[in-house]
Design a protein around this ligand. Structure first.
Ligand code: SAM
Ligand code: SF4
Length: 268
């Protein structure tokens, strides 16, 4: 049986980051994410309607302003006074591994070798974690990844929930889906960014990803993301994420070219 990860990465910024919105959230911070996180791993505690009410009235612009202040000020303070304030740091970005399973077969990753049933949280349990995180840290950057996050049937619902809470949500996917309704649902969940791994154009991508027609399927998913963004006037960024290695060195510049021609960004 595979043990699921609730949380895989915390990068820290100092506590001062939440001061700009302290007056809005003061009464909402009845419990810390840490305490609820511990509770979640046993009983997954119940919802606080008061916390939710306060979170949901914060306008979108405030969320963006909050993030800028939280990240900017605190990154600078991290090295302030020779790092003596580093102990006050709080996470600025949190990545959730929603599954450790995957249906790809990449040359540079072993996750796909995991087999068996996962002992992982339910949608409601994940919602509790996301809500508590939002209550603790404000509308920070959160990423859903894996394994392949879209293998979990509730990922798009959880994504919609996280977005409604004002979190800047990023979802990582390989895009290897025949069923484009999955990709459409993801787009309609209103994340801030959808990141698709693209390790080359055409056969290079399929070779790295270890399955035939991988490029064709990822390409179709990218077209779907572009179409839905335009049709529904949505604002999410489409990011192509490329791992540079000997297998694709000859092709990585073409990924940037493809991104530029298609209204996407690239991240190596
Ligand atoms: C683990 S995957 C999970 C998300 C999704 N399955 C995907 O491939 O986009 C997240 C990212 O990590 C990258 N990755 C996997 N193994 C890696 C390695 N050994 N070194 C560097 N990046 C790696 C993948 O290429 C992908 O862009
Ligand atoms: S698709 Fe992502 S999780 Fe799956 S094997 Fe490739 S890099 Fe690993």
């Amino acid at each position: 049986m595979i043990k699921s990860h609730l949380l895989c990465q915390l990068s820290y910024a100092p506590r001062l980051g939440w001061l700009p919105l302290g007056h809005i959230e003061k009464s909402a911070r009845a419990s810390t994410f840490t305490s609820t996180f511990n509770k979640c791993s046993t009983s997954f505690g119940s919802e606080s309607t008061r916390e939710c009410a306060i979170m949901w009235i914060m306008p979108l612009e405030w969320d963006a302003l909050y993030r800028r202040a939280y990240d900017g000020v605190n990154y600078r303070l991290r090295g302030f006074a020779g790092g003596r304030l580093a102990g006050l740091c709080r996470p600025t970005s949190v990545v959730f591994l929603l599954t450790e399973l995957c249906n790809a077969k990449c040359v540079h990753c072993d996750i796909w070798r995991n087999k068996g049933k996962e002992d992982s949280p339910t949608l409601d349990q994940w919602k509790t974690v996301v809500r508590d995180l939002r209550s603790w840290l404000g509308p920070i950057h959160v990423a859903f990844s894996g394994g392949e996050a879209l293998l979990r049937p509730f990922t798009t619902d959880l994504a919609a929930y996280a977005s409604e809470l004002g979190l800047f949500l990023e979802v990582l996917t390989h895009g290897y889906w025949d069923d484009q309704s999955r990709i459409e649902k993801l787009a309609l969940a209103r994340p801030g960014r959808i990141t698709m791994s693209i390790d080359g154009i055409g056969d290079t991508h399929s070779l790295v990803r270890g399955r035939e027609k991988f490029w064709e399927k990822s390409f179709t998913s990218l077209q779907t993301l572009k179409r839905v963004r335009e049709e529904k006037n949505l604002g999410y960024v489409i990011r192509l994420k490329t791992v540079v290695m000997s297998h694709n060195l000859h092709d990585v510049a073409n990924v940037a070219k493809f991104a530029a021609e298609n209204g996407m960004e690239v991240f190596y």
